[in-house]
Design a binder for this molecule. Structure first.
Ligand SMILES: Cc1ncc(COP(=O)(O)O)c(C=O)c1O
Length: 394
């Protein structure tokens, strides 16, 4: 990888050390240029007129996303964030009383709350798959759970918001397919960080966001729905983009995955998402993933050498999200201390409310999260370690 070029494309690295890529990564220059160019075009021409001028470019966004995850353009819907994309898929499923949803201990609260809502409203059952000795989904446990014919859905994140294991999603997908059970993958922290191939994984639906490891603008995301499922899945919300009026009594839902979209959207951000995907493809997701893992391993090893600091990630395969606790300080104090350094260091905190089951299982209330991207460097990690080593304990 050409790290110098990556950093040259990311001007803010001259002023700060950004280890919050799982929150919102720094956008590279081509993404910023795409977004600002379009806003200027809107100012000059008018919003609708600017969009019309960019219609081919807008269409290409679907093709780029499809290439990134090895899908077809008609299987992609561009939706304002990962949560809404996930919701559009989840709430559209015809889940009924007694249907069972299987999830992981690492499930994100934003997804778990909808499970609870459908439990209350429709009487679905939520079952959490046990972990194996490495702390990731136990495949034998999942296989046994799938023997129950009431299981209607497996839904879980490939990488949790608070780090931890990269789930064995290809094996999970194979088990789901063998059992004839739908698989909804939350790839919010995976897309842009690691290779995500929906054919290899075998998921039926996948939700992702723009601003995290993809390095796109905020307020954008996308949903993948496998073509054969798409036409049988009626979106929970419809509008005049997702469907069209045929008579005053009838409407027709569009055939492609855009049935999950709605008409109005942030066109500049949509183009920016396209630019971010193109940028990731040009860098190569495989080498980026390798570098991210190497940087994360280096950070975990250096953290372990600081007295009072405990790295908290588990799993036989881990990601660029590195979590840790500090014996003498709260997560907020660590975050503030690092942000107050001469060269600001951005890390964040993750509390038990985001991933309740996992945090409870591991007896944790909060962790600090340093999430690394390929444009970060070992020298930046050394700077963080030096700062953390001088943290005055509370
Ligand atoms: C694992 C996971 N899933 C879903 C989301 C929600 O993404 P968004 O904020 O784009 O809706 C997040 C955000 O942090 C996440 O970490």
């Amino acid at each position: 990888m050409n790290i110098e070029q990556l950093r040259a494309d990311t001007p803010a690295v001259a002023q700060l050390i950004h280890f919050n890529n799982a929150g919102a990564a720094l956008m590279p220059t081509p993404v910023i240029d795409t977004v600002t160019r379009h806003l200027q075009l809107e100012a000059r021409l008018g919003g609708y007129e600017a969009a019309a001028q960019c219609s081919a470019e807008l269409e290409n966004v679907y093709g780029a996303i499809a290439r990134l995850i090895n899908a077809q353009p008609d299987e992609i819907a561009v939706i304002e964030n990962a949560t809404r994309a996930w919701d559009m898929a989840f709430y559209s499923l015809p889940l009924q009383a007694g249907d069972v949803v299987l999830t992981s201990t690492t499930e994100y609260a934003g997804n778990y709350i909808p499970y609870l809502q459908l439990k209350q409203q429709r009487g679905i059952e939520i079952r959490v798959i046990a972990n194996d000795e490495h702390g990731q989904v136990s495949l034998p446990a999942l296989k046994t759970m799938l023997e129950d014919e009431r299981v209607a859905l497996i839904a879980l994140p490939v990488i949790a918001t608070n780090g931890g294991p990269v789930q064995p999603v290809e094996q999970i997908g194979a088990l789901a397919r063998a059992a004839g059970v739908l698989f909804l993958l939350d790839a919010c922290q995976g897309v842009g960080q690691m290779p995500i191939d929906v054919q290899k994984i075998g998921c039926h639906m996948l939700a992702a966001t723009s601003r995290k490891y993809l390095r796109g603008p905020r307020g954008m995301g996308f949903l993948y729905v496998e073509r054969s499922l798409c036409q049988n899945l009626e979106p929970v919300f419809l509008d005049l983009h997702a469907a069209s009026l045929q008579t005053s009594d009838t409407f027709e839902i569009r055939a492609d995955a855009r049935r999950f979209e709605n008409w109005e959207c942030n066109v500049a951000a949509k183009l920016g998402l396209g630019a971010a995907v193109q940028y990731a493809l040009a860098q190569g997701v495989d080498p980026m993933w390798l570098r991210i893992q190497q940087l994360a391993a280096y950070l975990r090893q250096r953290l372990a050498d600081i007295p009072g600091v405990t790295p908290r990630d588990v799993g036989s395969l881990t990601s660029g999200i590195v979590t840790f606790t500090h014996q003498g300080s709260s997560a907020a104090q660590v975050q503030q201390w690092l942000a107050a350094q001469d060269k600001r260091i951005n890390v964040t905190t993750s509390t038990f409310r985001s991933t309740l089951i996992d945090m409870q299982d591991r007896d944790l209330l909060e962790v600090n999260r340093a999430s690394l991207h390929a444009y970060n460097t070992e020298a930046e990690i050394d700077t963080m370690i030096a700062a953390l080593s001088c943290l005055p304990s509370a």
